[in-house]
Every structure is written in C-alpha cells, then in structure tokens.
Design a protein around this ligand. Structure first.
Ligand code: SIN
Length: 541
C-alpha cells in the first residue's frame, strides 16, 4: 500500500508540528511519530526559549553569546538570522496559544541560563516544552489537512537515485518507507516534500536526559540516503541531571543555576570559581567538564546543586516540576542540595542544511535537533534549540510553499517494500545485547573527555556491531527495536569518525591528545558526505 500526500513530516516536536501547521493550508500533510504525538524532546524541555525581548538586551548581544558558547565555530550569518527572527517566532507561539510565565508587573518573565549575558529566556515555569507541545498538538489536531500516524517509525528514505538505481546530479527525495509498528507492515509514504524533524540522539549514550525516542533516526536515514552530516563530534552533556538509581537521568534545568543555585562537592566546597569567571553560569561544556574532573579527582559518584539559600516558597513556585520530581525520590530541594551528574543532552551536529533547512537531497528538509544549521558551532547556548527549531521550521515551510507553485517533473513510481526471504527472529537477544554495548562503549570511550586510543577502541566495537546488524537485518523481519539499533549504531560511528577528524579541543569536543584549540587548522565544520552510490531499495547499510 502507498500513501501519497504533499508533505511528509516525520517527528512531532516543536519543529515538525510548527512546519506542519505552516504548510497545512497548502495541501495534505502526513504527520508521522513513532510513539504518541507528545512523546518528544520538546515535551521535556524545561528552561525555555531564548529571544531578545527587553530594552536592555540586543540582537548583537544574543549573537555574541551564541558565538562565544559555540567556540567561534557558529556561522555568524545564520546566528544573526536566527537571533533576529526570535521575537517573531515567539509571537507565532503565542498566537498558537502558548502561555509563557509573567512576572508581578504582568510582563513576560525572563530567566537566565549559562552563557547568556542578559535575562532573555521566556519560559513557562520549569516546563516550557510541555506548554509549547500542548499548544502545537492542539492546533495540529484541529487542522483538517493534517493526518496523524502514531506508532509509525521511518525505516529509510525513498530517493530518485535509489528508485532509478543511478546517481543523478540532482537527487530528489520522494518520501519514506515507514513501519506501522502495531500492524507490523511497511508502508511507502510518497510526498513532494519530506521533512525530518526527528530530534536528537541522546540514546546513543548510556546516560541521557533525552526521551527514549532520541535514537538519531533522522540523521541515520538521511545520511544513508546520501545527505551530508556535519559536526557530529559535538554532543552536549548537560551538567546537571538528577543522580538517583531510579531517576533515569531527570534534567535539573540550568535555570536553577540561573536563579542562583551553586554547585558544590560532597564536602560543601563550591568549585566553579576555580574553573571560569562566570562560575556556575559558565557555558555548559566548561561546567560539565569541571564536574567530571571533580568527580574523578575525588572519587565521588556525583556533585551537589545547592539552592537551599532561596526561600522555599520561591523554589516551589518557580520550579514546581523539578521540586515535585525530586521529592518523589526523597530529595527536598528546599532543604538539601540535589545530587547531580552530567548526561548526554543535545546533538549540536546533524544533517547539514542550508538557510531554508534543506539538505543536499532536493525536497528533503531537516529541522530541529536533527539538523546542523550552523547556529550552534561547537557548543549550543542554552535555550537556543527551541528557537532554532521554530525559526527553521518557518524557513523550510516558506521554501516548500514557494516551490509548490513551480512546475515539477513527475515522480517515478515507488516500489512497495520487499521483505525478501526474512522470517521471524529467534534470537532477539542479539538486538538487546548490541543496544547495550553501543551505549556503554560510547559512554566509556566517546564521552566528555576523549583520546584517540579510546575513540579507536569504540570504533572497533561499533564496526563489529554494524556487521552483525546487517546480517540480522537481512535474515529477520524488521522491528522498531532493530531499526533504532541500526540508527544509534550509524550515529555512533559518525560521532566517532568526526571526533577522530577533529585533532584539537574545541567546545564540546575535548581530547587529551590535542588539548588546545587550533584555529589555524580546525576552525571549520567536520563534514561527512552520505554514500554516493545508491543502495538498492530496502538494502541494509
Ligand atoms: C535546561 O533547562 O537546562 C535545558 C535548556 C536547554 O538545553 O536549552
């Protein structure tokens, strides 16, 4: 069975939903998500959305903070474009029904996070993403042109190169094969425009504050189809996630430090002044490395985030979600410091796109965390991600709407999915084992502090696992677990290869073999083009 629409949008966070809403008046939209519509990273975003909105602030200051956090690697043109689009993006969200927190003077309350020189972060208490997701989901569900497919996971993209088995100068994306998870059936979704808005890849690492869906699907399927990835070595580790055996790396927002919390060692010593003049509000890479260093030096399992000097009423009102979650684990943050550790949080690299969010495959857009737009460089400034997601969704929607009116060569027919001689698996333990091995290897060898030796060790493991996956993929029916394993393994390999290419330390990439920043040789993106030779349709790569 084939399903045809004008727009195929894969992912239902801020980027996918706002793109769908912007194009839906133009034609039918198929909106795909592999779990329920609101199981997204956006839903979990706590801090907020950075946008210049006070007279003391300025676009140039926001842009400069972004450049500094990104270790001078961001593309200044893109930084200016995104920062200047901030106020309009926020206005769009408000129009869609997002309620941001207001202060006593009934102005939008602006909070602060690491690396920001001004208060410029709009938030909805400590659950900004939940509020944004709520409003966008409501708007999308009301639109008659948007058809939602939940429990559907993308397997691979369909491109003209693959369909015609040749390498064309301009390779067009024609849609994607999507597994209907409940009915165990692969469907070909054809579309004039395909949008990857699949979010990040925190699940590549053992410890992450990302939701379980963050398996780098868009990066992996886009790259396999021939799109280029950039800056994959820059995985951001959030400095403060709750340290508790049952807490699954729950995020403790940087806004807690923005409002005055202090990082302490077990003995009470406040260590951040030893590392940076901005102390607890230094950029994230510096804070995460400082915590990692303190834990290793003192043999501690965690450090502590202390906001007990603020009034209990203020803490409960400003951080209701964090307060309540900590309490469920027996920690009253109004009375005792919160035990915290760093965890994988945000992939700054991804599919390389132009200023419209389009990849090098025509009509294939990548927006949100899946993309590398040039905004983040070597380290993302806090709360710039929701902003990037919505700004690029708008640019991609504008570009696709405009292209709708252009004449378009007819699409070649799309073959239905062929599962060959696959059978039901009798050894699913292979999938479970390899999931764990990829994530553990990445955490131990490709984490906050790297070395060539560790990276090569990880690469050997990943190569072996990739070989096993190819065999497994051919022999057995695909499942969502296998698709995700294949994707985290592809992404893991791209991260390692990119890290090996960058022989310097910059932003989030720190290696003991090249501890200095080398502007002369490495002040540029790390780029890995997708495979040129089209694999046959359905081929496991
Ligand atoms: C946080 O609330 O600390 C996360 C915000 C972000 O990653 O931008």
């Amino acid at each position: 069975m084939n399903i045809i629409s004008d727009f195929l949008v894969i992912g239902t966070g801020i980027a996918g939903l706002s793109y769908a809403l912007k194009v839906a008046d133009q034609g039918p939209v198929s909106l795909i998500t592999k779990r329920d519509i609101d199981i997204t990273a956006t839903q979990l975003a706590q801090g907020g959305i950075a946008a210049v909105s006070s007279p003391e602030d300025s676009f140039s200051s926001h842009a400069e903070d972004t450049m500094v956090a990104g270790a001078q690697l961001p593309n200044r043109e893109i930084v200016d474009l995104v920062v200047e689009a901030g106020p309009k993006a926020v206005a769009d969200l408000i129009d869609w029904g997002v309620n941001f927190s207001r202060n006593e003077a009934d102005q939008y309350d602006l909070t602060r996070e690491g690396g920001h020189s001004h208060r410029r972060i709009l938030h909805a208490k400590d659950a900004t993403g939940r509020e944004i997701e709520r409003a966008l989901v409501e708007a999308a569900q009301k639109h008659p042109n948007i058809t939602l497919y939940q429990q559907h996971i993308a397997v691979d993209l369909i491109t003209e190169n693959k369909v015609l088995r040749q390498t064309l100068d301009v390779n067009r994306c024609l849609g994607a094969y999507i597994l209907d998870i409940k009915n165990n059936k692969v469907i070909a979704f054809g579309a004039r425009f395909t949008v990857l808005a699949t979010g990040g890849a925190g699940k590549v690492y053992l410890y992450t504050c990302n939701p379980d869906i963050a398996t780098g699907d868009g990066v992996a399927i886009g790259w396999r189809a021939g799109a280029t990835v950039a800056n994959m070595e820059f995985m951001q580790f959030h400095p403060t996630t709750l340290y508790h055996p049952h807490a699954k790396s729950f995020l403790i927002s940087e806004a807690v430090r923005g409002e005055g919390a202090i990082l302490r060692r077990r003995d009470g010593y406040a260590f951040m002044p030893d590392y940076h003049q901005l102390k607890d509000l230094a950029p994230r890479d510096i804070v995460a490395r400082a915590i990692d260093n303190e834990m290793k030096k003192h043999g501690d399992d965690c450090v502590f985030l202390d906001i007990t000097h603020m009034s209990a009423d203020y803490i409960r009102d400003r951080f209701p979600t964090i307060y309540q979650t900590c309490l469920e684990y027996g920690i009253d943050m109004t009375k005792v410091p919160i035990p915290v550790v760093p965890a994988a949080h945000y992939l700054c690299g991804g599919l390389q796109v132009d200023r419209n969010g389009e990849t090098c495959i025509r009509n294939l857009f990548a927006i949100g965390e899946v993309a590398c737009t040039g905004l983040h460089g070597a380290n993302r400034l806090a709360s710039n991600s929701l902003l990037e997601g919505i700004v690029f969704a708008k640019s991609a929607a504008d570009a696709s709407r405009q292209r709708c009116s252009e004449s378009y060569p007819p699409l070649p027919p799309i073959e239905p999915w062929d599962c060959g001689s696959a059978t039901n698996s009798d050894e699913e333990v292979v999938v479970a084992h390899n999931w764990d091995e990829v994530r553990r290897s990445m955490w131990n060898y490709v984490g906050i502090v790297r070395s060539d030796k560790r990276l090569h060790r990880a690469l050997r493991r990943i190569n072996q696992i990739q070989q096993e996956i190819v065999e497994y993929y051919w022999d057995f029916y695909i499942t969502s677990d296998l698709i995700e394993l294949r994707n985290i393994t592809t992404v893991a390999k791209l991260i390692i290869q990119s890290a090996l290419m960058r022989r310097e330390s910059r932003g989030l990439h720190f290696t003991i073999d090249y501890p200095q920043t080398d502007d002369e040789n490495f002040c540029h993106d790390t780029v890995i083009p997708g495979p040129r030779i089209p694999a046959t349709q359905n081929q496991a790569t």
